[in-house]
Design a protein around this ligand. Structure first.
Ligand SMILES: Cc1cc2nc3c(=O)[nH]c(=O)nc-3n(C[C@H](O)[C@H](O)[C@H](O)COP(=O)(O)OP(=O)(O)OC[C@H]3O[C@@H](n4cnc5c(N)ncnc54)[C@H](O)[C@@H]3O)c2cc1C
Length: 405
């Protein structure tokens, strides 16, 4: 017999987990499926949460590292520019326990969990949709649903089957997580600008006293991520040892089996066609990460909170007709300057130009701009300000509650 659910959520990253929980808490019957059996494996994010996210969403403190207030920006010639904030700006999430926590909350709210189930496709019936999954034993599983959520990441299969827009521009990020290396000084994010090691993006070393994340990102056509990562590991060793933060410049190259993380991040800005009467997209599947910083965790949570309200409205008799408003055009104006800055930075492949830009950042007005980039409140636009959603029964009742849970 075919199983029935109000909503099937495909993908249990941060977006899908949040979505499953919010919908289940709203009283809908939800099934959450992921091809992974263990969410703690194959994590593909550094997990840096910005202040604005931590202010808007309650994340369990035990799943977050100590606060980071210091940033060092290195030019291609390795000249450091040190920035310090009086506020707690970032925290590195402990992503495996955080995913487990979110899954527990979703299941407590009543969501059904289908681990190891790969989404294969959809069949549109007159008033419902059939979702095809393959379970861990390779058996087919067929679910009848009223609505499908594509939370299955940058290369979303759900987007294709829902006939919605798909990401066309992404960068590749790759990093290693070191534990047990003694790093002196306060938690700090080291950002390295280098068009060879991180073409069109940045390389980073982030430490919070417990974990040290060393990674790089760039356009897939312009670099070999593995080779670049080896270079960044060496560079980070040199820079951290040079500052007296680690005992030896070889500490990272000699460390045994750090955890490796990698993935693609969409940077083309939010997609236009995000929803139809059959389903909608959230998180990376929706192209939500910032085109400039490639930060995607804040967009995941904000867009998912809005999308959950839209779905509840859509599936509730008499609910507000907000589904048509869930489209990229309502968010894109806030992406324009970030897309322009990304294009500008992308075009700078000459280290001398980036060096000149870094020198300019030492002059006061531009130094303030750099501070704003790292410590400002800019992140994903606040959907409640961008979308005409305040008309709905559900939206006006629940927005505040949904944002803060
Ligand atoms: C190396 C790296 C570092 C990053 N660091 C940061 C950072 O520090 N801060 C920040 O804000 N952002 C960061 N990002 C971006 C951020 O991690 C993402 O934007 C965010 O995690 C996306 O979450 P999501 O839930 O939308 O998608 P995902 O986390 O990609 O989740 C998608 C889920 O769908 C599942 N799935 C896919 N296809 C199928 C299928 N066919 N059937 C069933 N399941 C499927 C996958 O297994 C996965 O669990 C980083 C990204 C990378 C790659």
């Amino acid at each position: 017999m075919t199983e029935q659910h109000d909503v099937v959520v495909v993908g249990a990253g941060l977006s899908g987990l949040r979505m499953a929980r919010l919908l289940a808490e709203s009283g809908l019957s939800v099934l959450l499926a992921d091809r992974k059996t263990d969410l703690g494996r194959g994590v593909h994010t550094t997990g840096i949460f910005v202040r604005r996210t931590l202010a808007s969403f309650r994340l369990p403190p035990e799943c977050l590292g100590p606060a980071v207030r210091h940033v060092t920006l290195y030019s291609p010639a390795r000249r450091p520019l040190k920035l310090e904030s009086p506020r707690d700006e970032f925290r590195i999430g402990r992503m495996a326990p955080l995913y487990e926590y979110e899954l527990r909350r979703a299941r407590q709210a009543g969501a059904e969990w289908a681990p190891g189930c790969r989404f294969e496709g959809l069949e549109f019936l007159r008033t419902s949709t059939l979702v095809k999954l393959t379970d861990p034993e390779g058996a087919h599983r067929l679910l009848r649903t009223r609505f499908v959520v594509g939370a299955d990441g940058t290369f979303s299969t759900a987007a294709r089957h829902l006939e919605l827009d798909r990401n066309r521009d992404w960068i590749v990020g790759v990093e290693e997580v070191f534990r047990g290396i003694d790093v002196q000084g306060p938690p700090r994010l080291h950002v390295m600008l280098d068009p060879q090691l991180a073409p069109g993006y940045i390389a980073w070393a982030a430490h919070d006293g417990h974990e040290l994340h060393v990674g790089t990102g760039g356009h897939p056509s312009r670099f070999d991520p593995d080779r670049a990562l080896r270079g960044v590991r060496e560079l980070a060793g040199e820079l951290l040892a040079g500052e007296g933060l680690i005992a030896s410049r070889h500490a990272l190259t000699r460390a045994s089996s750090p955890e490796r993380r990698a993935g693609a991040i969409p940077v083309g800005g939010i997609l236009e066609r995000l929803a139809s009467t059959r389903g909608l997209l959230v998180g990376d599947a929706a192209g939500a990460p910032s085109p400039l910083t490639a930060g995607g965790l804040d967009p995941c949570l904000r867009l998912t909170a809005t999308a959950a309200e839209v779905i509840v409205d859509h599936l509730t008799p008499g609910g507000a007709p907000t589904l048509a408003e869930y489209r990229g055009g309502n968010f894109r104006p806030r992406f324009v300057s970030r897309l322009a800055m990304r294009k500008l930075y992308d075009s700078l492949d000459d280290p001398r130009l980036i060096e000149a830009m870094c020198l300019a950042l030492r002059v006061l007005p531009l130094r303030l701009a750099a501070r704003h980039l790292f410590f400002g409140d800019g992140s994903f636009p606040d959907p409640s300000a961008e979308l005409p959603l305040g008309i709905g029964v559900t939206t006006s009742r629940s927005r505040g509650a949904i944002m803060r849970t």
